[in-house]
Each structure stands twice: as C-alpha cells, then as structure tokens.
Design a protein around this ligand. Structure first.
Ligand SMILES: [Zn+2]
Ligand SMILES: [Zn+2]
Length: 264
C-alpha cells in the first residue's frame, strides 16, 4: 500500500509566537483533520522546558505551562489528536526537553536546523562550510542524546533556515554534506527509531534543486528510516494549503505504508 496523505504531525497553534493567528486553535486543527480524512494530527507548538537551563529570551516563555493551554485537546472518533511540541537544540547540543519530561507529550519533534537563532543554536557570522559542519554535528548530537526516540521526530531537515541569506542558499549547504555523512546519520536514525519529517515546499524548486533537496531523504529511505508528513502550518491559510503541500512531496518522493512513522 502506498504511503498517503492521511496525517499531519507538525502543526502550530496561536500559542506559537510566530503564528499570530487567533483563529489557529486546536478546534480549527481538528476540523482540518476531519475535512481531509486524516487519521492522525499533532499539535507541535514551539517549546523549551523550564527544567533545561539556557533558554533564549524567545524560548523562555514557551514552557509547559504555556503550551499545555491547548489541553484538553478536542476529541473526535476518527482522528487521533496527539499533544506534541517542537523543541530545539542549543549550541552545545542539549535538547530543550529533559528525558523525564518527554512523558508530558505524546510526540516531540526536535529541530536541528533553526540556524536563524544565531547565538543560541549556532554561533553568529558562520560561513556556509561551517553551517554544513554544524548541520552534521547537530544531527549526531541528536543521535547521541538519551531520549525516547520512538516518540520523537526530526523536524524539517532541509528547511531554508539552514541558510536564509538567499532563497536557495540552504541547498548549497545541504550539498556540502556527503552521501557518506548522510548514510552515517540516517543509519543511526533508522537504528534508534526516530521519525524523519517530510516538510518540503516542492513548488519552490526547479527539477535540479528538488533533486538536491531530496537527496538526504532518498538516503534516509535507503537506510530504512520511517517518515511522517508535517505541514508546519502556523495559520489558517497554511492549513488550507497543507493538502497540496504534503501530497506534492509524496508525488516526488513515493513511499510505502510500511515506511510510515507512527507513535506507539
Ligand atoms: Zn514557528
Ligand atoms: Zn521549526
């Protein structure tokens, strides 16, 4: 059976400061899931655990007290609604959620590619070559973490925030990571059981660019990694465009149902 657009595991609500959409509620997200016949959705607001020192000023208020305002989640018979979060990794490779506090969430996504947060996730003023080295290092830090990987996903591996100095600069950085390095990383990801997020605006890219962006995912598939779709919606309009975005990825990157990551 083909892997289908029947889930969306990366969605923000109005509790994320970058949403700014008062209508982006859990009820709205459940409606989106029902309208599109999804079996699973996850709310994943930006989060940093107060028990982990060193939050940036942006993350500091985004603690459990804040993100748990979404609870209790609205219910529906056909949709599994997961309470998740999107946490981050500081410059030292520490994940913003203690191992113990993973139990507060059904699902956790870790972003290793928020390179726009200079001084917190990455040093300021780094070159593209340095970005590539840090990109690989952060993924190894993730793999070396002592966390429950089977309820964890790696968010937007190839997002433009890796280098947003120009529209396509992030692809140049991805190009600097060798196949061998990606095989090492995704061999580790497959072994630990973490999910790989598919969250790509395929229509941004021409054919050659898309090939370059998809290379890490092809290697991940080759390594036997499991995948999930994430629209990264922050607004109602994102939810309207999410079906096209997520179906578009599967058109260029077909998978089988057995390749799907599911939270046990
Ligand atoms: Zn955001
Ligand atoms: Zn993110």
């Amino acid at each position: 059976m083909a892997f289908e657009y029947n889930h969306d595991m990366h969605i923000h609500t109005r509790l994320s400061p970058c949403s700014g959409d008062d209508g982006q509620t859990c009820e709205r997200i459940l409606d989106y899931a029902v309208q599109n016949g999804l079996d699973t959705v996850a709310v994943t607001d930006h989060f940093w655990d107060s028990a982990v020192a060193g939050a940036s000023s942006w993350y500091k208020p985004l603690n459990y007290e804040h993100v748990s305002r979404s609870l209790p989640l609205p219910k529906n018979d056909t949709v599994r609604f997961l309470f998740g979060c999107e946490t981050d990794m500081d410059m030292q490779g520490n994940i913003g959620l203690t191992k113990e506090n993973f139990s507060l969430f059904d699902f956790v996504i870790v972003s290793t590619t928020h390179f726009h947060m200079e001084g917190f996730t990455v040093p300021a003023g780094i070159t593209q070559k340095e970005r590539a080295l840090i990109y690989v290092k952060r993924l190894h830090s993730f793999l070396n973490s002592d966390i429950p990987f089977k309820k964890t996903g790696i968010a937007h591996l190839t997002c433009n925030l890796i280098d947003n100095s120009e529209k396509f600069a992030h692809i140049d950085v991805v190009d600097m990571v060798s196949d061998k390095e990606f095989y090492e990383i995704f061999g580790g990801v497959a072994a630990c059981g973490a999910g790989v997020e598919l969250n790509i605006y395929t229509h941004w890219y021409d054919e050659d660019q898309l090939k370059r962006v998809l290379r890490p995912y092809m290697i991940a598939r080759d390594c036997g990694c499991k995948f999930y779709l994430g629209s990264d919606s922050h607004h109602g309009t994102n939810l309207l465009n999410a079906p096209a975005k997520l179906k578009g990825i599967l058109q260029y990157f077909p998978l089988e149902d057995k390749d799907r990551f599911t939270v046990k």
